[in-house]
Design a protein around this ligand. Structure first.
Ligand SMILES: *Cc1c(COP(=O)(O)O)cnc(C)c1O
Length: 365
């Protein structure tokens, strides 16, 4: 079988080295004669795995000591509700910045659960010469006492990324589901970071939470114990049975990322991959991207064909060339190539070669 490059937005491809290792040790993990799926989460072997996962993650992201690392259930959306239930117990207020599909879904969920609490939302995308551009408001000029400001640094569906860290008078809560560990960030600027695992961490079903200690003093609502940060901290993310296989794969992804040079290295590769693909789009009148330069996502590159009637043919030929899952999200249409950490530079080169050939063929016709 020739190489397949999988551009799926999520669940996304995982590093091939990790998948091979998982395959090798699937039936006999750590010399135990059974799979890692089949042992107690409280066994000393599994506890050692979780300790290694946390240590590696702390090193990769330079997580300060006053932050807890939690491995929880419920993916990205689970955290939409957890954030509200954990931090807005009484009649508190929170501000949500909206720059695409996921941040507006977070607002909808927050409003549903808020009760006496107040959820304010602010659209931060404007059209600049027909392109979507993020305009960050001066949060210091807003006269309000928010518990937190929530935002989504990378909008997976819309292909809009915010590279500047927020300058906020309130704790920042960030949905990093599709950008976590793709470039270096200063964790100390956040009150809480969360990410569904299935883009840059591992398989779906797991969500990673990095929370500053003082955030746990905010009033919480009565809620499911499984989603309660304080209970998760108290029980080392094992109040109930965690998604152990997903946790194991996440640990392997962290080890892989360290082995290839860490976040600084992968950030450089990610920048080169994105530049290569955006250059192809910009150099061909046949393709178009609708996002202002400064906000073009490095993880999810969205593009349209000049003639949408050719979409189906593009996807069919791409697939025949081993380039799969390029169809854009059903809400926005067009194409989307997700270039998460596991996507090698060669994959993007093969895609760009294909796109240049496809455009040349159809320009002549
Ligand atoms: C994928 C994604 C989610 C949703 O994750 P689920 O695990 O499906 O709940 C939320 N936010 C962002 C930014 C995402 O990319």
């Amino acid at each position: 079988m020739s190489a397949i490059y999988n551009f799926c937005a999520g669940p996304a491809m995982l590093p091939q080295a990790v998948m091979k290792k998982a395959q090798q040790e699937l039936l006999d993990w750590n010399g135990l004669g059974v799979s890692v799926m089949e042992i107690s989460h409280r066994s000393k072997e599994f506890i050692a795995l979780t300790a290694r996962a946390e240590a590696d993650l702390r090193e990769l992201m330079q997580i300060p000591a006053n932050y807890h690392v939690l491995f929880m259930h419920g993916g990205g959306r689970g955290q939409f509700s957890a954030v509200v239930n954990n931090f807005l117990g009484d009649n508190g207020r929170a501000l949500y910045l909206v720059n695409g599909q996921w941040s507006s879904a977070a607002v909808a969920e927050a409003k549903k659960l808020a009760g006496e609490a107040q959820i304010d939302s602010l659209n931060i995308v404007e059209k600049h010469n027909g392109l979507n551009a993020v305009v960050l408001p001066d949060l210091h000029k807003i006269d309000a006492d928010y518990r937190y400001v929530h935002y989504c640094p990378n909008e997976t569906v819309d292909g809009i990324e915010i590279f500047d860290e927020l300058d906020s008078p309130w704790p920042v809560v960030a949905d990093m589901s599709s950008t976590i560990m793709s470039h270096e960030i200063d964790v100390s600027r956040y009150g809480l970071i969360y990410a569904g695992a299935q883009k840059n961490i591992g398989p779906s079903g797991l969500s990673l939470v990095i929370v500053r200690d003082d955030m746990l003093k905010l009033p919480s609502l009565p809620q499911s114990s499984v989603m309660d940060y304080r209970i998760a901290v108290e029980h080392d993310s094992m109040f109930n049975t965690p998604p152990t296989f997903a946790w194991y794969l996440a640990a392997e992804v962290f080890a892989w990322l360290k082995s290839v040079g860490g976040v600084a290295h992968i950030a450089d590769v990610n920048r080169r991959k994105a530049e290569l693909l955006y250059a192809c789009i910009d150099n061909n009148a046949f393709y178009r991207n609708g996002v202002e330069l400064a906000n073009r996502s490095r993880m999810n590159v969205t593009f349209q064909l000049a003639d949408p009637a050719l979409d189906a043919e593009f996807l069919k030929q791409a697939e025949a060339a081993g380039l799969v899952a390029l169809k854009g999200h059903r809400i926005v249409g067009g194409m989307r190539a997700s270039l998460y950490n596991a996507m090698p530079l060669e994959g993007v080169q093969v895609l760009v070669n294909f796109m240049n050939e496809f455009a040349a063929k159809h320009n002549q016709a």
